[in-house]
Design a protein around this ligand. Structure first.
Ligand code: COA
Length: 153
């Protein structure tokens, strides 16, 4: 499996990106502002994340997603760790990630990759998404923000 940047004229793997965020509008906005990294296996894109610069010192991982048949095999962890190493090699000091209050698996994954919860943006999802989102039988309402220090100022 190869991890690489999306080629300049390559079509982004929208189906995969929409697994992580149901808003095509938001996904497109992230793609315009961020770097899209894909995991490719035998010519097929099976994983993706977008790395977005927040400030000169901080980046955020957005839209991390793994194709359904490949979930639960460690690829999500590889993508998140790849994002951390990539951001560190570019000199960023802090890396952030956000997920919904209902994303139990995502919260487990991010904490296993070294992230700690910093803040909660209450009602982020109810404010920003027209349809109610449910996951694990829980309504997704609040954005849990996590971060970790990856370098020295
Ligand atoms: N409790 C405890 N640990 C859990 C868990 C739970 N409910 N659910 C997942 N985990 C752990 C796994 O055990 C694993 O840890 P381990 O390696 O120590 O065993 C880790 O979280 C992640 O496993 P991994 O196989 O790397 O994850 P994945 O390849 O399935 O990718 C996602 C994770 C979230 C990227 C993937 O499920 C996905 O694409 N989901 C849809 C899109 C999405 O929701 N993206 C995130 C937006 S915030």
């Amino acid at each position: 499996m190869e991890m690489r940047n999306l080629y300049p004229n390559e079509v982004p793997p929208m189906d995969l990106l929409l697994l992580a965020d149901p808003s095509e509008e938001l996904v497109k906005a992230y793609l315009e502002r961020g770097a899209c990294i894909v995991a490719e296996l035998h010519g097929q894109i099976i994983g993706v994340y977008v790395l977005l610069e927040l400030t000169a010192e901080a980046v955020e991982i957005v839209n991390v997603a793994v194709a359904e048949p490949y979930q639960g095999k460690g690829l999500g962890k590889r993508l998140v760790n790849h994002a951390i190493d990539h951001a560190r090699s570019q000199g960023y000091v802090t890396i952030e990630i956000g997920t919904g209050n209902s994303g139990i698996g995502q919260l487990a994954l991010y904490q296993k990759c070294g992230f700690r919860i910093t803040t909660i943006d209450q009602d982020f999802f109810t404010r920003n998404y027209p349809e109610a989102i449910y996951e694990n039988g829980i309504q997704c309402r609040d954005m849990i923000r996590l971060s970790q220090t990856i370098g020295i100022k």
